[in-house]
Design a protein around this ligand. Sequence first.
Ligand code: SF4
Length: 213
Amino acid sequence: MDGDLDRAEVLISALEHFSYCPRQCGLIHLEQTFDENIYTIRGQLSHERVDAGEVEVTAGIRVERAIPLWSDRLGVRGKADVVEFRQDGPYPIEYKVGPPRGRHADVQLCAQALCLEDMLAVPVSRGAIFHVATRRRREVEFSDSLRARTMSLIEATRRMLVSQVLPPPVNDARCQRCSLAESCLPDVVADRVRLAQVDKQSFEPAVEEASAP
Ligand code: SF4
């Protein structure tokens, strides 16, 4: 298992999924479940330009799109939607189409920054999430705490991928905004998990019974 853990590569995009809900990450990256909805279709359309790999210079800043990223040190790989090469260093930008879902995308962006630092041997201190619907950027600072959270999520995601075990449902407010709810069936599965626990307990001997000679 340790060897598998050492070798298993984590996709940067899996980190946002794991941060939002480990089961969502498992459904997508272990079981290849993908529900198409209005946001995923819009996402594909808005990524068409990004995926074209164009390079342009705007206001003196070189802007590159669809840049492959990796870090052998962290065992991650993926792609940056956009990187602006500013005077004070690279500035990654991640495009998001759906409604904002808290700060979960920040770990994905931070992993991109960690890769850029490893690949280019320069510090990357800030980046941004670009919300396509509002055409607004939200700047993200790659603080020590965000870096630590990102590294810890990389390891947790890797452990889940190597174990091949689908995590249990969170079955809370997150499910109402999850595009995989129909495939996940969080209520049904959570009930089944609870039922299995009750079943197991009902077959376990009582403490006095178990310790009797
Ligand atoms: S429906 Fe809920 S438990 Fe299932 S993947 Fe989505 S957020 Fe996670």
